[in-house]
Structures are given as structure tokens and as C-alpha cells.
Write a protein that binds this ligand. Structure first.
Ligand SMILES: Nc1ncnc2c1ncn2[C@@H]1O[C@H](COP(=O)(O)OP(=O)(O)O)[C@@H](O)[C@H]1O
Ligand SMILES: [Mg+2]
Length: 239
């Protein structure tokens, strides 16, 4: 096993309107191994979004460092962060943010175009990814013609189509009912097992956490516990 992502003493403060300071994160230390599904849990306001944004190079900490593939990404400038995010990372959010006038296929094809994938490869890759998430029969539907769970699957296909190393998903199941959310989690497990991906996600839903390899609990911006579930043996094969 190898560590793909590490946070060393990460902290983040926000100064709000009246001048008071919110310590959103204090002294966060964590490690994410490759080919794992890692969950950040915690109630609203515990710092999950702030942390996942810093891990995914969308935001900078005030103190501490984040290492991705051995590289200190907190020292990178905006252009380098952008390149890193575009090529090696992917993001899935609670609100799906598909382009409503485009079909599922066109949404994924467009993402491949933005990622610089040559035109000849795009069609096959888009179809392959939509099939991968179980949408082979829904490819030519627009988002408005898909259920919430199906839309989230399109967003996942769009996120993984350029073959990132890591996916950051902030509350990807929060807008879904429990069975649909669990189906998304099972898809995440399959992607981690078969597609050489690492996934870091946030949730406040207990049932989702059971499917994660490691669950870090955040409380008031601090890591209160780290629990390893016995899901993936260390040789990488699935139990
Ligand atoms: N841009 C911001 N400005 C001021 N305070 C913020 C900002 N973003 C987050 N916070 C505060 O930081 C804390 C953690 O927020 P957040 O990371 O969004 O938590 P979670 O995602 O777990 O709900 C909260 O107290 C929140 O109000
Ligand atoms: Mg949040």
C-alpha cells in the first residue's frame, strides 16, 4: 500500500463580518492510502467541506501542508493547482450541476473535451463511462429526464472519465434517499476496486460510513477519531 494523500497539521480560520474568528480546522493530520474509499464524517459545521476543499487543492490552509503523491500541493500556485485538479483529481458535489440542455452523453463528452482528450477517443470513452455507472440505457436523456440518483451517476461518470487518480465527493448522497445513496456508495466501492481510484467523501449519514475503508470523524474542526473498517485486504483484492 502507498499513501496518496496526507494532511500534516492543517489548520484554517475564517474571519467573519463582526471580526470574530472561526477556527474551521485545527491541527488536522490524516493519511489516505491508494485504492481506498475514505469517509470524512461529522455534523454540519464540523469542517468537512473546508477540509475536502483543502485536500483537493481548491483552497489553501493557513497552517500545515497537504501532500499529494509525495508533492507538497500547498506550495503550488494557481496555475499549477488548476493543472493538478484538471488532470489528476475529480470532484463530485451534492448538487449535481450537470448542463441541463445537454444529454448525459454530451455532458460527459464535454468534460472529456475540457480535459483535452482527443476527439477520436471521446465518444467511446463517454459511452464506456456511462455504461460503467449503469446508464447505458439513459445516455441520450437530458438531466431533467433522469432521477436524482441517475443524475448523480452522470456526475460520477463525468468526474472519472478523464481517469483521475483521486475523486473528492462532498456529500454526494445528501440529496438522495437512502437506497439511492447506498447504490452510489456501492458504485464508489466498485470504482475503487476495479478502476484504480481513490475516493475521499464527506457524509453525515451513518449507513454510508459502513462502506468506507477508513472513517475520520470531525468534531469542531478536529479529528475526533479514525476508524478502519475491514473491507479491503491489504493486497488490494476485495473481501
Ligand atoms: N467562507 C467562510 N467564511 C466564514 N466561515 C466559514 C466559511 N466557510 C466555512 N465557515 C465556517 O467554518 C466552519 C466549518 O464549515 P464547513 O467546512 O462548511 O463545515 P461542514 O461542511 O462540516 O458543514 C463552520 O463554522 C462554518 O460556518
Ligand atoms: Mg459541508
Amino acid at each position: 500500500m502507498s499513501v496518496i494523500l496526507r494532511a500534516d497539521n492543517v489548520s484554517k480560520k475564517f474571519v467573519i463580518g463582526d471580526g470574530s474568528v472561526v477556527n474551521a480546522l485545527s491541527d488536522i493530520n490524516l493519511e489516505v492510502e491508494s485504492n481506498r474509499l475514505v469517509c470524512l464524517r461529522g455534523r454540519s459545521g464540523s469542517g468537512k467541506t473546508t477540509l475536502i476543499n483543502i485536500l483537493g487543492a481548491l483552497d489553501k490552509p493557513d497552517g500545515g501542508s497537504v501532500f499529494f503523491g509525495g508533492r507538497n500541493i500547498t506550495e503550488l500556485g494557481p496555475a499549477e493547482c488548476d493543472k493538478l485538479r484538471r488532470h489528476e483529481m475529480a470532484f463530485v458535489f451534492q448538487s449535481v450541476a450537470l448542463i441541463s440542455t445537454m444529454t448525459a452523453y454530451e455532458n460527459v463528452e464535454f468534460a472529456l473535451r475540457l480535459a483535452g482528450v482527443p476527439i477520436k477517443q471521446r465518444s467511446a470513452r463517454a459511452k464506456e463511462c456511462l455504461t460503467r455507472v449503469g446508464l447505458e440505457k439513459r445516455m441520450y436523456h437530458r438531466p431533467g429526464e433522469l432521477s436524482g440518483g441517475e443524475q448523480q451517476r452522470v456526475a460520477i461518470a463525468r468526474a472519472v472519465c478523464h481517469r483521475p487518480k483521486i475523486v473528492f465527493a462532498d456529500e454526494p448522497t445528501a440529496a438522495l434517499d437512502t437506497p439511492t445513496g447506498l447504490a452510489v456508495l456501492k458504485l464508489f466501492r466498485d470504482l475503487v476496486r476495479d478502476d484504480d481510484l481513490t475516493i475521499v467523501m464527506t457524509t453525515h449519514d451513518e449507513t454510508m460510513m459502513e462502506l468506507a475503508d477508513t472513517v475520520y470523524a470531525l468534531e469542531d474542526g478536529k479529528i475526533a477519531s479514525a476508524v478502519k473498517n475491514d473491507i479491503t485486504p491489504s493486497d488490494g483484492s476485495q473481501a
